[in-house]
Write a protein that binds this ligand. Structure first.
Ligand code: M6R
Length: 600
């Protein structure tokens, strides 16, 4: 959450910073700001709202070759101009942007800054005031920066300008992502390489509790103890066109449409020379050495984990539990003797999941991360990584990452099962081809889902999704998708649970969407649809070819029922998309949310 950029070089920095922030807007978009520095000093421009709002307050006549910028997802203090970053010290000598949460900010204020008049409600302002205090006490800026960093408890990615230091950006990181980008005659900083691909694709990764002295010609990485650290750079393998919307009105629609291609790409990525799906031996050994797997994830990734559990248990016969990351550390279950932890995270940066990873590493347990972002924190810190190969997912609402996660889990389970000598129920390569074609059929038929959204959801305040067995996992994801982008209160229930309470909520016209893709529960879910219809619900059944009945709202193509979630989720993604559009919601940037949730 929150995005940071910085530039130091020979060109004017304002446009570079603003373009960078536009690319980071997915990380938070309630306020934004830039600070640029030239011989006249530092000029700060900040505004509540989106980068477009920030642009309207920037004085484009100010030329400067050094600058930092920030797009915010509020944690401490409401979204407002005053709480927007950059923040300045009392004398305005120091200007700072920060991503993360300073847990001991109240204590730091009490102990060090009791006589300082803070202007914002943020934890960030404490950092910049602390640096100024230490400088006033006689330290050089670099030493004051290091001393302040040592006082901080929590997470941070920080960029600092010193008005009296002509040509340096001071940078630091702990638990929040930050990269330094290298160029000819300039250097940049960014929370995500995507932001600065416009100027460079060469980056240096920072580790926790490191600081960097960035000038236009050099970068010097140091530990907080002052030791210099050498580190090679890497090329960011992101195609600039992957992060553009192209002719699509929204990233979400583009990403829904990419799913057939993603399914094919995943199969290719995991095929060996013989055309068989395979997983690196050490990863497979770790999976098969486990007596129980604990899947840890949040949100959509958690929902993918629910499907993954079925695969790991049914195909590889490994007992598997799925846990919401934010609860795990407090409610740690009794662990088995040889656990393996699988972290599922599109971004690889989710703080709640990372907290569990840190915890289980302390306990000495092995971890495997499934992520879309090579080199992300959860990937680096786990023992093994499986990549999702979904390409950058920009829309806050996750779509192609969900199907990619399920596909990779299916491949992992099959490889683990085969390695144990179990007979496979089907040819996964062939079935994945059928899945890709089925998804394509659905994405080619968007009008049907626009109509369903119009008929069932255009005026309602709430909606229910019901399903049984594999469909129950998918309806939970369907409900999350609808609520996060259309703000319709939506819940996904197990069909059988309705009569244990929830059916009391059904009244005339309540929309209930049922999924019916699983043969062994088809009659039961049909019974549930009748029960709610008898109580006035406006029902919409999405079934699978072979199980369809008269009156179904949509019939998806037939795929193997274990893989049905990969296909049945697509109508629900499109229905959520159109419901949000019909309600004039900002599909790609829903209120109160951010793509990468880097605070616990
Ligand atoms: O990057 P991650 O997969 O770890 O993110 C987890 C959730 O924050 C994420 O899936 C969230 O629920 C999505 N916005 C849902 O569309």
């Amino acid at each position: 959450m929150c995005g940071i950029v910085g530039y130091i070089g020979s060109n004017d920095t304002k446009e570079i910073l603003l373009k960078g922030l536009e690319k980071l807007e997915y990380r938070g978009y309630d306020s934004a700001g830039i600070a640029v520095k030239n011989d006249d000093g530092v000029s700060v421009f900040k505004e509540k709202g989106r980068i477009a709002d920030l642009r309207s307050v920037v004085d484009f006549s100010v030329n400067a070759n050094i600058g930092i910028g920030h797009t915010r997802w509020a944690t401490h203090g409401e979204p407002s101009q005053v709480n927007a970053h950059p923040h300045q010290s009392t004398t305005s000598r120091f200007t700072l942007v920060h991503n993360g949460v300073i847990e001991n900010y109240a204590q730091l204020k009490r102990e060090h800054l009791a006589d300082v008049n803070l202007v914002s409600e943020t934890d960030t302002e404490i950092i910049v005031q602390l640096i100024e205090k230490f400088v006033k006490e006689g330290l050089e800026t670099e030493a004051a920066f290091a001393k302040a960093l040592k006082e901080l408890k929590g997470s941070y990615a920080i960029a600092l300008l010193d008005n009296q230091n002509e040509d340096t950006i001071f940078v630091a990181k702990n638990k929040s992502p930050l990269l330094v980008g290298l160029g000819d005659d300039f250097n940049v900083i960014a929370s995500d390489a995507m932001a600065m691909l416009q100027v460079t694709d060469e980056y240096v990764e920072l580790m926790d509790k490191e600081m960097v002295i960035v000038t236009k010609d050099s970068i010097t990485i140091k530990t907080l103890a002052g030791e210099t650290v050498a580190r090679d750079s890497f090329k960011a393998e992101i195609d600039a066109s992957d992060i553009e919307k192209g002719t699509y009105p929204h990233y979400m629609l583009k990403e829904i449409d990419e799913q057939p291609a993603v399914m094919r790409k995943i199969v290719q990525a995991y095929q060996n020379e013989e055309g068989e799906l395979s997983i690196a031996k050490d990863t497979l050994d770790a999976v098969n050495a486990a007596d129980r797997i604990y899947i840890i994830a949040c949100g959509t990734s958690y929902h993918a984990g629910l499907v993954g559990k079925e695969y790991l248990e049914k195909t590889a016969k490994i007992p598997t539990e799925v846990h919401v990351a934010s609860e795990f550390v407090y409610n740690t279950p009794l662990l088995s003797e040889k656990p393996l932890f699988i972290f599922i995270s599109q971004s690889g940066e989710t703080a709640d999941s990372r907290a569990v990873l840190v915890h289980i590493k302390e306990l000495g347990h092995p971890a495997l991360t499934l992520t879309n972002v090579a080199g992300s924190t959860l990937s680096r810190e786990a023992n093994h990584t499986l990549l999702l190969h979904a390409g950058p997912e920009i829309a806050v609402a996750s779509t192609k990452a969900y199907t990619a996660q399920i596909a990779v889990l299916a491949i992992l389970a099959e490889a683990a099962g085969k390695a144990k000598g179990f007979e496979m129920k089907f040819d996964l390569v062939q079935e994945m081809g059928i899945v890709a074609n089925a998804i394509q059929t659905l994405t080619d038929d968007k009008e049907a889902f626009e109509q369903i959204a119009r008929d069932f959801l255009s005026t309602t305040r709430n909606a229910f999704f019901i399903g049984r067995s594999m469909d129950y996992h998918v309806v939970q994801e369907a409900a999350l998708k609808l609520k996060e982008i259309s703000y319709i209160q939506a819940e996904g229930f197990a069909g059988g649970e309705l009569k244990h309470g929830t059916i009391a909520l059904i009244e005339d016209g309540t929309p209930v969407v049922a999924l019916a893709t699983q043969e062994n529960v088809n009659l039961s879910i049909r019974g549930n649809v009748k029960e709610v219809a008898a109580r006035g619900a406006n029902t919409c059944t999405i079934s699978m070819k072979g199980l369809e009945e008269e009156g179904d709202s949509y019939v998806i193509p037939h795929v193997h029922e274990l893989l049905a979630p990969l296909v049945s989720v697509v109508p629900t993604q499109l229905i959520a998309y159109y419901a949000a559009l019909h309600r004039d919601c900002d599909v790609d940037k829903p209120r109160n949310l951010a793509k990468s949730v880097t605070v616990e």
